[in-house]
Design a binder for this molecule. Structure first.
Ligand code: IPM
Ligand code: MG
Length: 355
């Protein structure tokens, strides 16, 4: 297969980790007989520095004309002073909405080898944690009207959802649950928010088409508590945009390291954008200490969802698991006293385990 991939390294550790994912992808291509061509795209702070805006039309076009996008991370304190509508994060939001990527999948899995890294007691995670946050990504308060009144003493962000937007993401969540433990938890704030009440009605209606999948509904405050009290309750968490942002950080920490978790942002065709869920960690950029695993696992998700290369995706996931069980650790996941290796060395350890 011939794959055209747009690379968006972005800022901070973005280039460090994307580089390793590319090495691993190239190894997979070599072993399985595929060819990959890459186009680099500037987005985020790098684009602000070069072009004065976080995402140029041509960057968006290059991304849109590829088969899939692999993104590192954007942002950093260097751009903290720029006005809100020009911040590096705008690049991410611009890519998500510009490419129509309404469905964000964020799996959180505890690797048994890293169970010690979880801040939760062993008794709470003894049965493992394997959940999937299905986050609506192009609507809600992130994209609603926002602004200030004339004298600047008031600000507003509008949260709005249509039945259509809810239906399409709900279907994705039920489809995903079918391949897992057949359990969807809708997380909302239906005791307060009208949008949440529309979510409940709509998701309950969609659930009728998936009678093999259980649906329960949970208020977001309660869900944030249940996640740390009894994470095994959850299989698929279906959320609107902002709740999913918050809960996916919480879910990731349960697994011990935000440096391990991958994500896919999808629409109804095979196109997708893949990125680690962590940020750009500017304090360790270029120091060869960042953990490349989340980005490497994002590349695996890309092979699975955009190219239907399940065997190749598994090859990456198996290589990561085997490296971990052989004790390969970057600094963030090394236990105290355990030796840690660098970003590039971690990439090498994974790629030499690709079979
Ligand atoms: C994420 C990030 C982004 C979000 C930011 C950087 C805009 O936190 O992908 O979770 O809020 O969606
Ligand atoms: Mg976030």
């Amino acid at each position: 297969m011939n794959m055209n991939i747009a690379l968006v390294p972005g800022d901070g550790i973005g280039p460090d980790i994307v580089r390793e994912a590319v090495r691993v992808l190239d190894k997979v291509a070599e072993v399985y007989g595929h060819s990959i061509s890459y186009k680099e795209v500037d987005a985020g702070g790098v684009s602000i520095d070069k072009y004065g805006i976080p995402l140029t039309d041509s960057a968006l076009e290059t991304a849109a004309s590829s088969d899939a996008v692999l993104l590192g991370a954007v942002g950093g304190p260097k751009w903290d002073h720029v006005p809100g509508n020009l911040r590096p994060e705008k690049a991410l939001l611009g890519l998500r909405s510009g490419l129509g990527l309404f469905c964000n999948l964020r799996p959180a899995v505890i690797y048994p080898e890293l169970a010690d890294a979880s801040p939760l007691k062993p008794s709470v995670i003894s049965e493992g944690v394997d959940l999937l946050v299905v986050r609506e990504l192009t609507g809600g308060i992130y994209f609603g009207e926002k602004g200030r009144n004339a004298d600047g003493s008031e600000a507003f962000d509008v949260m709005k959802y249509s039945v259509k937007e809810i239906e399409r993401i709900a279907k994705k969540a039920f489809e995903a649950a079918r391949l897992r433990k057949k359990h969807v938890t809708l997380v909302d704030k239906a005791n307060v928010l009208e949008t949440s009440r529309l979510w409940r009605e709509t998701v309950s209606a969609v659930a009728k088409e998936y009678s093999d999948v259980d649906l329960d509904c949970m208020y977001v405050d309660n869900a944030s508590m249940q996640l740390v009290r009894d994470p095994k309750h959850f299989d698929v968490l279906l959320t609107e945009n902002m709740f999913g942002d918050i809960l996916s950080d919480e879910a990731s920490m349960i697994t011990g390291s935000i440096g391990m978790l991958a994500s896919a942002s999808l629409r109804d065709d095979s196109f997708g954008m893949y990125e680690p869920i962590h940020g750009s960690a500017p304090d360790i950029a270029g120091m060869n200490i960042a953990n490349p695993v989340a980005t490497i696992l994002s590349a695996a998700m890309m092979l699975r969802y955009s190219f239907s290369l399940e065997k190749e995706a598994r090859a990456i996931e198996n290589a990561v698991a085997s490296a971990l069980s052989d004790g390969v650790r970057t600094r963030d996941i090394a236990a105290t006293g355990e030796a840690a290796i660098g970003t590039a060395e971690c990439g090498s350890e994974i790629l030499r385990r690709i079979r």
